[in-house]
Design a binder for this molecule. Structure first.
Ligand code: GLU
Length: 343
């Protein structure tokens, strides 16, 4: 009986492997299908609390997928650049983990979802600055304040360099978005001050908020974002440039925080549908990671009420389903027959 069970397990492992292997033409056609299927979706609207984001053409829609062996697949508006916004939080967090280790985060802003909106001041008050996470504004501004450096320029260079290393090309700031957000980010400035009052921010909070605003204004295209996601999918090694960006041991923590807090208040719904760690930004980008397989990104400016791009979410959900990439979507391993004596 035990031998039969073992043979069944072996057989089903072969099937599981076959099932998860999609050919290059499957991937290419799946991306094109997703683009075609959702390009006319008009639900949602551009973010407008940052004036420059209102002006981005709402019809833009790009999708990119980069595998851990460096293959790149794209569909739609792939060269159009847009501001990375909250997705930058993932990469500054990665840098701080690499530079100072995980206790730097777990002992300060923590890694728990707040259950409140991304820029909630109530959440800071309830938790006295702790027990939030680096992907909501209070935790993110604090995380930016933890990047080490003698002055703002030195810190900024580290931030832009880590983003560029993840993307595999030198990235730049969208000056119009930076200016626009700097003129209207009073709430984030208040959050920075409050995090200083709770002694989580130990450096200058105005500087931390300014650097955070600048990192949110970094320009990327969908392919950059997919490469950044693929670097996480590949354990911290950029699969296109073949350079190590962060140590493998830090990736699992980054993905865990993305899984619990990556899509604002809709993170649970997202995880329920896709099973993937992901992060969205109010610029219209969304990234998702299929650990050990690929990174995927989509961009389209119209957002739902929670602040997530409508088309980008639909496209990634569709592709995840078609490529059978949800890691929780487990195929039973054969029919294990329970012998009488084992009941
Ligand atoms: N820079 C934006 C803010 O702090 C980022 C928000 C987002 O993309 O969620 O409001």
């Amino acid at each position: 009986m035990k031998n039969i069970a073992f043979a069944l397990i072996l057989l089903s492992s072969v099937n599981v492997f076959a099932r998860s292997t999609s050919s290059a033409s499957d991937v290419k056609s799946t991306l094109s299908e997703a683009h075609k299927k959702f390009k006319d979706l008009k639900d949602g609207k551009n973010a407008d609390y940052i004036p420059a984001l209102k002006k981005v053409p709402s019809e833009l829609f790009g999708i990119a997928l980069v595998t851990v062996d460096g293959k790149v697949y794209t569909a739609g508006d792939i060269d159009k650049q847009f501001s990375i916004q909250s997705i930058s939080k993932v990469f500054t967090l990665s840098h701080v983990l690499q530079e100072s280790g995980e206790k730097q985060i777990t002992d300060t802003v923590g890694v728990d979802a707040t259950g409140d909106v991304f820029n909630s001041i109530v959440a800071v008050e309830k938790n006295k600055g702790h027990e939030m996470n680096p992907l909501v504004n209070p935790g993110a501004i604090a995380t930016t304040s933890m990047v080490k450096g003698k002055n703002a320029d030195e810190i900024w260079n580290k931030i832009i360099n880590v983003h560029s290393a993840f993307a595999g090309r030198p990235l730049e700031v969208n000056q119009e978005v930076y200016k626009s957000e700097s003129e209207t980010n009073q709430r984030n400035q208040a959050i920075g001050k409050l995090m200083e009052a709770y002694e989580i921010i130990k450096t200058n909070p105005e500087q931390a908020t300014d650097l955070y605003t600048r990192q949110c204004s970094i320009n990327v295209n969908a392919k950059d974002l997919a490469t950044m996601a693929a670097t996480l999918a590949n354990g911290g090694l950029n699969p296109v440039t073949r350079t190590k960006v962060i140590d493998q041991k830090h990736v699992k923590g980054v993905l865990a925080v993305m899984s619990t807090a990556g899509l604002y208040d809709n993170t649970g719904q997202w995880l329920f549908k896709t099973g993937l760690p992901a992060k969205s930004g109010v610029g219209g980008g969304v990234i998702a990671i299929v650990p050990g397989k690929f990174g995927i990104a989509a961009f389209s400016p119209r957002l739902d009420d929670a602040g997530n791009s409508v088309r980008a979410q639909r496209a990634i959900e569709y592709i995840t389903e078609k490529l059978k990439a949800n890691p929780y979507d487990i195929q039973p391993r054969g029919e294990y027959v329970i012998g009488k004596d084992e009941r």
